[in-house]
Write a protein that binds this ligand. Sequence first.
Ligand code: ADP
Ligand code: ZN
Length: 218
Amino acid sequence: MIFIMLGAPGTGKGTVASILSEKMNIPQVSTGDIFRKHIKEKTELGILADKYISKGQLVPDEVTVNLVKSRLEEPDAQNGVILDGFPRTVKQAEELEKVLKEKQTKLDMVINLVTPEDEIIERIENRRICPDCKAVYNVKLSPPIHEGICDKCGHELIKRKDDNIETIKSRLQTYFEQTSPLIDFYNKKGNLRTEEVSKKINRFGKDIAEDIVKEFLK
Ligand code: ADP
Ligand code: ZN
């Protein structure tokens, strides 16, 4: 099973991916999380990735594609994965097509999350993450039980370094220029599912994930 999470920063891709991963028992592959781990450990890849991530730009395709290719070779990925934040360019999507063809695996669904821009900015500013178990919180919409502490593992929560207003603006621009063409790319293939995430309609990542799980596991 292959699922792709598509959508601008802060729309809830990680939330949907982590619920689908748990319920469908296949790993969540978040390129952002993998890059952050490398940055923390100051690996060569981390040092390179940080230069782009801190400016709100994409890590070059070649680097990202190789990273995902080797992740897909790991034993736990053989029954499928939830790709969270990959592909993010048409080039990456084309490379993924090749890999899936080689593996004779088909793409099940591309979940495209759409959120109004003002809400995106608010969501990113209120976002806190657990650097340990990667759980994601929103201090207004989905706060942890104890302020600043992860419900799941007790670790102290942090704000991501790139979750500041200047970087958010360039991340959004990057999304519109380089990632949004994928909506059309996957729509043409016929497996795009667009979902609105917005407080205006009281619909969040959790609701969307639950609907998809129900449909798939029925
Ligand atoms: P968000 O969706 O909130 O932007 P992510 O954790 O998915 O957060 O990504 C954080 C950053 O990591 C991105 O802004 C980008 O710089 C880098 N990144 C993640 N995935 C990719 C990718 N597929 N290609 C290139 N860069 C990526
Ligand atoms: Zn945690």
